[in-house]
Ligand binder design. Structure first.
Ligand SMILES: [Zn+2]
Length: 408
């Protein structure tokens, strides 16, 4: 599956997979020279000198691009998982000091080495599930030193292991405990982010994007706008956690600010959908989150696609609401819960996700000039990737022409 053609994809073009039967990919120095019919590719002069690697008739896809993860955190929240099963809501747990603040406490106490080790293990797991590029958000530090620690780890990990990490600053995840319960606590915290953290991030070139959790119990629309506008002035493009627990108007704000991506969208209304459809902001859907929380109100994916919005898919890998590194599982959920076809889900998880990270000219499809980032699947038909749920059928993952993971 080459997914060749224009990006981003909207409407019917989400189903155009560029399928090639008996295909081959020719790569050199980490880049694709050709991707197409095997006989044609084999006739190329560069192919004559190439080392041949037979994948035995398996299905080849571009590597998945996971455009929403909270990679760096200190520990799981399995104890809250049990509380939720027994009836406590996500917001009740958060009010009792659980939720994100629980992760913040653990992250601040963790050593750099421990955080890095945990993230490195997660990155190997992402690669084993066919992901070759991912976005990573800070947001469990929520003070100057801890947020910078996370963002510096993004950079170190980017240099020391094969997956590409796109760094996002999410200092506005929630208001940290030390600022809570005071009348102007949230404002004072935002001032800290704007005056102290943003300049440090820009000087250190530590993030490409700035994200805000705009929702009940997190940040208001006005606060989100204030921070994202400042971040944009500093050259950090906006992303938003929008309309997850309630409708706040964050989607309209994302459109107004020309955000790269607007994520979650469980509570969007028709006007929000029309706004997204007219914009170049990607509607990134995170069905793993609703699945893990046991929520029934998934985002209206079909309406978004039919209106013409650019739909993307991501894991939202995080310890509280979506503890998975598996894009194949996200595809299964997208098919059964969001009613995407396997073709639409695949496009959303590759080229459209790449577009949301400003990487669609480099990754997200198998085309000459792009990076040789691909995953080989042990299936006869690409639809079997979401069809077999909760299993990993990835056989091999390649990043920039190097095999970075292979099934035993
Ligand atoms: Zn998130």
């Amino acid at each position: 599956m080459t997914l060749r053609g224009r990006s981003p994809r909207r409407g019917d073009s989400l189903s155009k997979l560029g399928l090639v039967r008996d295909g081959a990919v020719l790569a050199c120095d980490g880049k694709i020279l050709a991707a197409g019919h095997r006989k044609q590719v084999e006739r190329l002069p560069a192919a004559k000198r190439a080392e041949k690697f037979d994948v035995g008739g398996r299905v080849i896809l571009p590597g998945f691009v996971d455009s929403h993860t909270h990679l760096i955190h200190a520990a799981s929240r399995a104890e809250e998982y049990e509380l939720k099963i027994q009836g406590a809501s996500y917001e009740e747990i958060a009010r009792k000091g659980g939720g994100i603040l629980n992760s913040v406490k653990k992250l601040r106490a963790a050593t750099r080495e421990a955080l890095k080790g945990r993230a490195a293990a997660a990155l190997s797991e992402f690669a084993a599930h066919g992901t070759t590029t991912l976005e990573a958000k800070s947001g469990y530090g929520l003070d100057v030193a801890s947020e910078l620690k996370i963002l510096r780890l993004h950079r170190e990990l980017n240099e020391e292991q094969p997956l590409e990490i796109v760094s996002t600053f999410l200092g506005a995840h929630v208001v940290p405990a030390e600022f809570r319960g005071k009348p102007d606590g949230a404002e004072r915290y935002l001032a800290l982010l704007i005056e102290k953290l943003l300049p440090e991030i820009v000087i250190g070139d530590l993030a490409e994007y700035c994200d805000v959790f705009c929702d009940r119990g997190a940040f208001t629309l006005a606060q989100s706008k204030q921070l994202l506008t400042k971040a944009k002035e500093h050259g950090l493009a906006p992303r938003l956690h929008a309309e997850q627990l309630s409708r706040t108007g964050a989607t309209q704000l994302a459109v107004e600010l020309e955000a790269a991506s607007c994520d979650h969208l469980e509570h969007v209304n028709d006007a929000d959908i029309r706004g997204l459809a007219r914009s170049d902001t990607v509607a990134t859907l995170l069905p793993g989150c609703d699945f893990h929380l046991g929520l029934k109100g998934y985002a209206p994916a079909r309406k978004l696609i039919e209106a013409g919005a650019i739909v993307g898919l991501a894991t939202d890998y995080n310890p509280g609401t979506s503890p998975t590194m598996s894009m194949p599982m996200v595809l299964s959920l997208a098919c059964t819960q969001l009613q995407l076809t396997p073709a639409e889900a695949t496009t959303a998880a590759t080229i459209n996700a790449a577009y949301s990270l400003g990487r669609d000219k480099a990754v997200g499809s198998l085309e000459p000039g792009k990076q040789a980032d691909l995953a080989v699947w042990d299936v006869e038909d690409y639809r079997e990737i979401p069809y077999y749920f909760g299993m990993n059928l990835c056989w091999m993952t390649m990043k920039r022409g190097e095999i970075i993971w292979m099934k035993d």
